[in-house]
Ligand binder design. Structure first.
Ligand code: MG
Length: 415
C-alpha cells in the first residue's frame, strides 16, 4: 500500500479544528486532527512529498522521517509537532482500517473500555471561541444576539467588566455535573476584576480572595464527590500562586493547572513541593524529551499531554509510560472535535495510568454531529465507550464540516 496524497480542512469550532487526511492507492484513507496553529495547514501540505509512495503502516518510521525532514524547523518542539501529530493519527486510522483493528488494539490493547471525561467549564457562562492567535471571535454558529456587538479582544487582556461571579461558577458547575460528569475544570485566572497588571505575573490579595472564592463556590455547589480542577494558564509567580494554592487546600482539588510559566521546571517544583494542592502541567510540551525533566523531577503530580501536538498517539503512550515509572497519572489536555477526541480516547484506553480526558466544547451545538459511524452520543454520562471498529472508529461528517468550514481554507481539495 502506498500513500498517494494529503489534504487538509479546518472547521471553526470554539477553536480551529484542523484536519489532515491521507489517501492511498488501495482506496483506504485516514483522518487525523492537529492542535491549531497559525499557518498550520500549509505546513501539513508541505510535508506531502515526505510521505508520497510510503507504506502508511510503517507509522513509527514515518513519524521519525517527518521529524528528520523538519529538524531544522523544530527538532524538539513547536508547531511542527502539531502537524506531525495530526499526520501520525491519520496514519493510525489508515493502518487500523487496512488491518481491521481499532487503534487501541494496535497500541497494545485496552486497560478499560470506558474513558472518563472531565468537562472544561471555562469561566462560568460564556463559551469563548478563539482564533489561532488567541483573539476572541464570533463564529457563524452563535446566535444573532450573541454575535451582535462582538468586539475581538485578546484572550490574555486584563479583564474586569465581564468577570464571572462565584454564583456564575456554582450555577455552571451544577449544570455540567447534572450531565453525569465526575470531574470538572474551571479557569481561575481570567478575567479577574481585581487584576491590575497583565504582564508582571503578580496576584494581589484581592485577586487571591476572588480566586479562592470561586473555588469555594464550586466545591459547595457540587459537594465532595465531584473532582475539581482549576487552571491558571502559566500566569503567576511562585510566591503569589502559592497564596492561591494554600487558600484552596481545604477544597481538595484534583489539581491546580499551570500555576507558573511553562518553561521553568525548577520554579514549578518549588510550587509543587510547598503545597498540598496537586499540580498539573504538560499541555505545551512535546515528545518524551519535553516531559523528561518534568517527570523525573517530580514537579507535577499529574501530566496533561495534548495528543494533537505532543508528537502523536504512539508518542503519547510513550510519554504516559515514562510517567508511569514515577507513578504519575495522565490527564490529556484536549480541545478538539470528535475526531481528535476519539483518537485521544484510544490512547487513554491503552495506558495504565489514565486519570481523565478533557472535553472542551460544551456549547458548540454541532460537536456531536461532526462524527458519523457512532451510535448514540459520543460522550454519555461523562464517559466515552471506545469503539472496536477498525481505525478511529468514527468518520468526519463532511456535510457538517463543510457547513462550518473556516473561510479561505481548502476543504480536502481533490488530490
Ligand atoms: Mg490548561
Amino acid at each position: 500500500m502506498q500513500i498517494t496524497g494529503l489534504a487538509t480542512a479546518v472547521v471553526e469550532g470554539n477553536f480551529d479544528w484542523t484536519y489532515v487526511r491521507l489517501y492511498t492507492d488501495e482506496g483506504f484513507t485516514g483522518t487525523g486532527e492537529c492542535f491549531l496553529a497559525p499557518g498550520l495547514t500549509a505546513i501539513c501540505r508541505e510535508l506531502t512529498p515526505i510521505l508520497l509512495g510510503e507504506d502508511p503502516r510503517d507509522v513509527d518510521r514515518l513519524f521519525r522521517k517527518l521529524q528528520w525532514s523538519t529538524s531544522g524547523a523544530g527538532s524538539v518542539a513547536g508547531i511542527i509537532y502539531n502537524a506531525i501529530s495530526g499526520i501520525e493519527a491519520a496514519l493510525w486510522d489508515l493502518t487500523g482500517k487496512a488491518a481491521g483493528l481499532p487503534i487501541h488494539r494496535m497500541l497494545g490493547g485496552k486497560f478499560r473500555s470506558r474513558v472518563r471525561m472531565y468537562a472544561d467549564c471555562h469561566a462560568g457562562e460564556g463559551l469563548e471561541a478563539l482564533t489561532s492567535v488567541m483573539l476572541t471571535r464570533a463564529p457563524s454558529w452563535l446566535s444573532e444576539s450573541e454575535r451582535q456587538g462582538h468586539v475581538s479582544r485578546s484572550y490574555w487582556a486584563t479583564g474586569g467588566s465581564d468577570a464571572p461571579t462565584a454564583e456564575d461558577y456554582a450555577r455552571r458547575a451544577r449544570q455540567i455535573a447534572a450531565l453525569g460528569y465526575t470531574a470538572l475544570k474551571f479557569d481561575l485566572d481570567v478575567p479577574n476584576p481585581h487584576q491590575i497588571d497583565e504582564y508582571n505575573h503578580g496576584i494581589t490579595n484581592n485577586e487571591v480572595n476572588y480566586m479562592v472564592g470561586l473555588v469555594r463556590a464550586v466545591r459547595e455547589a457540587v459537594g465532595d464527590g465531584i473532582d475539581l480542577a482549576f487552571d491558571c494558564h502559566w500566569r503567576y509567580t511562585v510566591a503569589d500562586v502559592l497564596k492561591v494554592a494554600y487558600g484552596v487546600e481545604p477544597y481538595n482539588l484534583l489539581w491546580l493547572e499551570d500555576p507558573t510559566p511553562p518553561e521553568n521546571t525548577d520554579a514549578l517544583l518549588r510550587v509543587t513541593q510547598a503545597t498540598r494542592t496537586p499540580i498539573c502541567t504538560g499541555e505545551n510540551l512535546q515528545l518524551r524529551q519535553g516531559f523528561r525533566a518534568l517527570v523525573q523531577s517530580g514537579a507535577a503530580h499529574v501530566i496533561s499531554p495534548d495528543l494533537q501536538k505532543c508528537g502523536g498517539l504512539l508518542e503519547g503512550k510513550r510519554i504516559a509510560e515514562m510517567a508511569d515509572l514515577h507513578y504519575i497519572p495522565v490527564a490529556p489536555h484536549n480541545i478538539s472535535s470528535p475526531i481528535g477526541t476519539m483518537a485521544a480516547a484510544h490512547v487513554c484506553a491503552a495506558i495504565p495510568n489514565f486519570l481523565a480526558l478533557e472535553f472542551h466544547a460544551h456549547g458548540v451545538p454541532f460537536w456531536q454531529d461532526l462524527a458519523v459511524g457512532h451510535e448514540g452520543p459520543i460522550i454519555d454520562q461523562g464517559y466515552i465507550t471506545v469503539p472496536d471498529r477498525p481505525g478511529l472508529g468514527i468518520e468526519l461528517n463532511e456535510e457538517i464540516a463543510r457547513k462550518y468550514a473556516r473561510p479561505g481554507e481548502p476543504f480536502f481539495a481533490e488530490v
